[in-house]
Design a binder for this molecule. Structure first.
Ligand code: UDP
Length: 316
């Protein structure tokens, strides 16, 4: 069995490559390295079942040979990244999704779409069930990501309904773990980096906004269960343990044991005030729920960041 994984050199994509290799699949990893990194897949390069091709999936995708599954994970995913790359973000979630669906259709392959909790925008319902249609400002700065993913979901369902394509849609909530970029601008990499470097920890707004952080191995377990299921409608995968960003900053500071202040910066426009997945559907149909608690997940991520930081200091 052979899968194409777009964005396979990214944080989640590279973990998915590992998982599918472990499950016995051959992998063609496509990535234009806009936000991904070859370092994330370096350990797979000698594996005969792994192939990497640098390719921008907004351009036509040509894959010789059989393909049994297409996982579309390519996209900038950190708010500062998609604010820097707004057109690319819209293109990869529209033209890119169209190309990936076309590839799956031509190869009679299963299609798996990495969608997002950003589909719910700044939600006025909490926790967010899959049946909630969301509260998105499509002309705001985050609209480029939110609308691209919403369009991707609509296109995926159209291919399923019109062409009978075998499709899956996962709505991924905040996820963390090894292989996040140290400077990707999201809360966890920022806080860990700042605490390790002895710099002030930057909390945006008053820090009362909430998020729910899922450790990467839990997310991948949910993704694989969904892939193996027969569910075509979107499924939330995330950790329902909700925490304020201020408290999260305190947790990271305590873990690192850093004597640094927490400073408050302006809240970015349309920053969601709350986010928490309703995972009753995943529990019911996938028998899935997260196993790794925040203390354990943060420890593992901290070990990775410490190592990476030491390597980059040595290289200087
Ligand atoms: N955030 C923060 N300080 C930072 C980076 C992010 O307070 O240095 C906040 C951000 O405003 C948001 C939350 O942390 O409320 C999570 O942000 P992140 O970029 O990780 O992802 P999001 O959930 O917004 O997509």
């Amino acid at each position: 069995m052979r899968a194409v994984i777009t964005g396979g050199a990214g944080f989640l994509g590279s973990h998915l490559c590992d998982l599918m290799i472990e499950k016995g699949w051959g992998i063609l990893c496509l990535d234009n390295l806009a936000t991904g990194s070859e370092a994330n897949i370096a350990h797979l390069r000698e594996n005969p079942r792994f192939e990497f091709k640098r390719h921008d999936v907004t351009k036509h995708i040509e894959v010789p040979g059989a393909v049994d599954a297409v996982f579309h994970f390519a996209s900038p995913a950190s708010p500062p990244d998609y604010l820097k790359l707004p057109i690319q973000t819209l293109k990869v979630g529209s033209l890119g999704t169209h190309n990936c669906l076309g590839l799956a259709l031509a190869k009679k392959a299963k299609f798996f779409m990495a969608s997002t909790s950003e589909c719910y925008g700044d939600p006025d319902v909490s926790p967010q069930p899959e049946s909630y249609w969301g509260h998105v400002n499509q002309v705001g700065p985050r609209g480029v990501y939110d609308e691209a993913k919403r369009f991707s979901e609509a296109l995926t369902m159209a291919y399923h309904r019109y062409h009978g394509l075998d499709t899956r849609i996962v709505r991924i909530f905040n996820t963390y773990g090894p292989r996040m970029r140290l400077n990707d601008g999201r809360a966890l990499p920022n806080f860990l980096y700042q605490a390790l470097a002895g710099e002030p920890i930057t909390v945006y707004g008053d820090g009362s906004q909430t998020r729910s952080f899922c450790y990467v191995s839990d997310l991948l377990d949910g993704i694989y269960r969904l892939f193996e299921s027969n569910e075509h409608d979107p499924v939330n995968i995330g950790n329902p343990h909700e925490i304020t960003i201020h408290e999260f900053a305190e947790r990271v500071r305590a873990l690192v044991g850093a004597n640094v202040p927490i400073v408050f910066h302006p809240l970015p426009q349309d920053d969601p005030k709350q986010r928490c997945p309703d995972i009753s559907k995943a529990k019911r149909i996938l028998h899935w729920e997260p196993q790794v608690d925040l203390a354990e997940g943060l420890r593992r991520t901290y070990d990775y960041f410490r190592k990476k930081l030491a390597e980059s200091n040595q290289a200087r």
